[in-house]
Design a protein around this ligand. Sequence first.
Ligand code: PHE
Length: 333
Amino acid sequence: MDLAAQLEALRDDGAARLTAAADADALEQARIELLGRNGALKDLKDAFKTASPEDKRSCGRLLGEVDQALKAAYEARDKSLQGAVDSSAIDITLPGEDRRAGSIHPISQVAWEVEQVFSSMGFDVVDGPHIEEDEFNFTRLNIPPDHPARDSQDTFWLSTGKLLRTHTSSVQSRTYPDTQPPIRKVVVGKVFRYEEVDATHDNTFTQVEGFLVDEQITVAHLVGTLQTMIKAVLRRDDVEIRLRPSFFPFVEPGFEVDVRSTSATGRFSNWVELLGCGMIHPKVLKMGGIDPERYQGFAFGLGLERLAMIRHGIEDIRLFNGADLRGLRQFAG
Ligand code: PHE
């Protein structure tokens, strides 16, 4: 093979080999063999030096071309290999990265809706502490120390003598001393009971307490308010409510309220107990510095989990505070 043919072969085959190098190691090997100090190009350059003047004339330009072509091919491949990811570092069998958006907890959803309904009826949305004084949780609600009614709300006592509030009625007794009627307030918050946990009881749950104090307030106002709220939150018009007489020390008369749907089938076609309520006891108003001769009021306390369970057909209250996201995710969006 004459020199020109050798140069052409090196240009074509060498460039092709550099371009096809599978990885950095293969490229480096090809570079050494083609462009290195003892490589193929160097051999041909040496051959050129000793070539006949005729060959030198005809091959000078070709030699320059080969040199350039190989270097360009090397650089292009080097660049593309550096840009590429090292495929051996990727395990394509690994599960992908899971980026789920968070969602609003079903209890928060219901809580916001309840707050909205009451805001629309002119109630202030207020708050109170979880760690409560005995006085506000019990005494000022007409449950004196050592009264047996305390047993109806199993209590987490703290070593300081304070307690985790057992109901949101504590926000009533906190509110009265500083406020004169008209009062319309609603509070949504966690309450705590030393209770055995099962499908319908949790030791930590959420209550809504609504209370209203004004002149000439009757049970009819209470019933109308409850109906408005329940229909809005259950998102149906076919709900009936019924009041059963019941005892809570801070109301007189007191009731328990059941709801049912006139068109639903299944559990909700029967009466479901939903909340406690009544006309605020005159003693509670008096302890709060409000004249019970002039003012009356109603109050109610409702478990939000119960409401959310009816609304979504949830069978087990432990879903709400449990860590099983498969349950909670169903209420996203
Ligand atoms: N606080 C009561 C409970 O938790 C509910 C209630 C509130 C009853 C207001 C009457 C009036 O059981």
